[in-house]
Every structure is written in structure tokens, then in C-alpha cells.
Design a protein. Structure first.
Length: 62
């Protein structure tokens, strides 16, 4: 049975922390992407409702 010596970085706990940091960054990036997408959809819906409202108002006034 051959046991390889752990690297000094692994002994310091660098590898798990780097992995955890990457996981957290991926989660934050996913959250930001979904947040930006939601905000874009809100603005698109607001623009549509605004254009519908102004169109209805124009028809009502004429």
C-alpha cells in the first residue's frame, strides 16, 4: 500500500478553502445572473404595460 505524502498546501487547508471559495463564487454568480434577468424582465413588462396604457389612453382621448 503506497501512501503519498500530502502537499504542503493541502496541509495548510488551502485546497478545501479554494474549493469552497470557488463554490461560493459560482453561487454568487448564478444569483447575480438570475437577479439581472429578473430585473430585465421587470423593465420589459413595465415598458409593455406603459405602452399599452398610453395606447389605451390615446384611444380613449380620441
Amino acid at each position: 500500500m503506497h501512501i503519498s505524502a500530502p502537499s504542503p498546501l493541502a496541509e495548510l487547508g488551502f485546497v478545501p478553502f479554494a474549493w469552497l471559495f470557488l463554490r461560493v463564487m459560482v453561487i454568487i454568480l448564478k444569483y447575480l445572473v438570475s437577479l439581472v434577468t429578473a430585473v430585465r424582465w421587470i423593465f420589459v413588462l413595465l415598458e409593455r404595460s406603459e405602452s399599452l396604457r398610453s395606447r389605451e389612453l390615446d384611444e380613449w382621448l380620441n
